[in-house]
Design a protein around this ligand. Structure first.
Ligand SMILES: [Zn+2]
Length: 236
């Protein structure tokens, strides 16, 4: 659960890690995305940060999500090891054994698709439960990984997740499509903290921390947008 202090710490961490030069955070937007975090520009830092939604432009205090989500412990087994991560789940969301869920640990900046193998709720092993009663979820990581992609178009950055096999290679300079978003990869942050940024560099998805990309829907790099692309880009 993130309070404002945590969000502020995240901002500092992001700045220190060079993740964003302008201060950008992922948080919920009360007007367009109350459940899923989206990118926000930080207008004012401090005890009560003020942020602007990069999806809809709404200006609001950075939300704590106490009311809508709970933070659940997840023990993930992957190959021969197992480790604990945390994920935010809607308070009343029902989780079932055998279901595939995405574990998105914001603090570790890690995302794993898992198959739920066991659930403990109110000190019992159960087949299903609502998130607010769950103590721990056990699951096995699938061979797929979720890659986080920050897509920039002009001053707006949109964050998308793309699920691919762990060995799938992303290449600097190449254009990819996920859902309705088309993007050209400019930089890849690798799990060891280094960046790949040379055209033609390839990195397998399982080693990627985050991809930085330019939207492939604009005609130029900021300047030469056509009326068509301008119109189109406001539609998603
Ligand atoms: Zn919004």
């Amino acid at each position: 659960m993130k309070d404002n202090g945590q969000i502020y710490t995240d901002i500092l961490t992001n700045i220190r890690n060079g993740i964003s030069m302008e201060q950008e955070i992922e948080t919920v937007c009360p007007s367009c995305s109350p459940e899923e975090p989206v990118w926000h520009e930080v207008l004012r830092t401090g005890q009560n940060p003020t942020v602007r939604c990069q999806e809809c432009g709404d200006v609001h205090p950075a939300e704590t999500r106490k009311e809508t989500v709970v933070r659940v412990n997840v023990v993930i087994s992957k190959e021969d090891e197992s480790f604990t991560r945390h994920t935010n789940v809607g308070r009343k969301d029902m989780i079932h054994v055998e279901e595939e869920i995405i574990v998105d640990d914001e603090e570790m900046d890690d995302v794993y698709p898992i198959i739920v193998t066991s659930i403990e709720a109110q000190d019992k092993r159960v087949e299903f439960a609502t998130a607010d009663t769950i103590t721990t979820i056990w699951g096995r990581a699938t061979d797929e990984v979720v890659v986080k992609i920050a897509i920039r178009s002009d001053s707006k950055t949109t964050s998308v997740n793309m699920t691919v096999p762990g060995d799938y290679e992303f290449v600097i300079g190449e254009t990819e499509t996920t859902g309705r978003k088309k993007f050209t990869i400019s930089r890849i942050k690798i799990r060891d903290g280094n960046f790949a940024s040379r055209r033609g560099d390839r990195v397998a998805a399982k080693y990627i921390k985050r991809i930085y990309a330019e939207s492939a829907r604009t005609t130029g790099w900021g300047e030469g947008r056509t009326a068509w692309s301008e119109k189109y880009s406001t539609n998603y």
